[in-house]
Ligand binder design. Structure first.
Ligand code: DGY
Length: 332
């Protein structure tokens, strides 16, 4: 572990909730904190200025921290990501440079699972479409065939990626008496499976049988376009695709086609392939509920994420092992 350091400078690439900023401001190991004051992601140039200046970087999933960015910082000794996913950081390059990278797992699990469920409910019960209908003054009275959706209770939920968030989504499904199928790179511990009554199946079986397919894999070359035209064709025409993981997990253009052609009933998306852009035609699909990447967006969770990211930096500066390092080998 590195020694206790005074006078460290921390660059925060976007203003975070107060709890996190206060923690950084109060830490005696930190001499100065600079924050990108703008209400938008830092540009590459702004990021460069911050990295050139700082010892520790607190960055967001909208910041691409590649080898080039790391080499801007002659004193860069830590990268703390304000997200559980860290596909925005070239961890291998950081490891080569001996720079620890941290993320924020655990603190957003339940909140992200809640949002996956919000999408399941919103899609299947056509919440957004019917809200718009009413606001547009089109509601002229109750109708027996008006905004018919599909039941959630008693249906089959297919979870791809059975990590913390996937498991939390499954736990909630028990209250809806659902059958739970899951798939991932490996089978989960039997006790974990039993605790929610989840059944491990191959991906094709899951896609064919599930009424709701909820995606929770970590983004990697293997999970990029995990759901494309072929997989969408396996799904039932009454099924819904929910994605709260990372946009590139789904071939968005293929999804638009499937939604248009009614090959699946709908989709609930919180993430997109090329954020903040969405694939051509997606916003025209009435059978899709589209959210601007807000899975962890609650006051409580965003504060907890910030506190964890800030604590990781402070721990390192104090010579203590940060709690959530993704490349622990650099500290050994
Ligand atoms: C994460 O932490 O990876 C989420 O996408 C942030 O909302």
């Amino acid at each position: 572990m590195s020694q206790h350091t005074r006078e460290a400078k921390v660059y925060v690439s976007r203003l975070l909730p107060e709890g996190a900023m206060q923690l950084l401001a109060k830490a005696t190991e930190i001499s100065e904190v600079r924050v990108n004051p703008r209400d938008r992601p830092a540009t590459r140039r702004e990021l460069r200025e911050g990295i050139e200046w700082c010892d520790c970087l607190l960055c967001l999933l909208t910041d691409r921290i590649d080898a080039e960015a790391m080499d801007w910082g002659p004193n860069l000794r830590m990268i703390a990501n304000y997200a559980v996913g860290y596909n925005n950081i070239d961890v291998e390059a950081a490891t080569l440079r001996g720079i620890p990278v941290t993320n924020t797992p655990g603190v957003l699990t339940e909140t992200a699972a809640d949002l996956a469920w919000a999408l399941i409910m919103a899609c299947s019960r056509r919440v957004v479409e019917s809200d718009t209908f009413l606001r547009e003054g089109k509601f002229k009275g109750w109708g027996p065939l008006m905004y018919l959706g599909h039941d959630v209770h008693g249906k089959t939920l297919g979870i791809i990626g059975f990590g913390r968030i996937g498991y939390a989504v499954a736990r909630r499904a028990r209250g809806f008496d659902m059958r739970i199928l899951y798939n991932g790179p490996r089978r989960a511990d039997e006790r974990l499976e039993k605790s929610v009554g989840a059944e491990y199946v191959d991906r094709k079986t899951l896609l064919k049988q599930a009424d709701f397919v909820s995606l929770h894999p970590y983004l990697s070359p293997e999970s990029t376009h995990l759901i494309g035209e072929r997989e969408l064709n396996h799904m039932k025409c009454t099924a819904y695709l929910i994605n709260t993981s990372r946009g590139p997990v789904v071939d968005e253009q293929a999804l638009v086609k499937a939604l248009r052609e009614g090959r699946i009933a709908g989709a609930g998306l919180d993430v997109f392939e090329d954020e903040p852009r969405t694939a051509s035609g997606l916003t025209k699909c009435q059978n899709a509920v589209l959210l601007p990447h807000i899975a962890s967006a609650t006051v409580e969770t965003r504060t907890a994420m910030g506190v964890l990211a800030a604590s990781n930096i402070i721990d390192l500066l104090r010579g203590t092992r940060p709690r959530t390092v993704v490349n622990p080998e650099v500290l050994d």
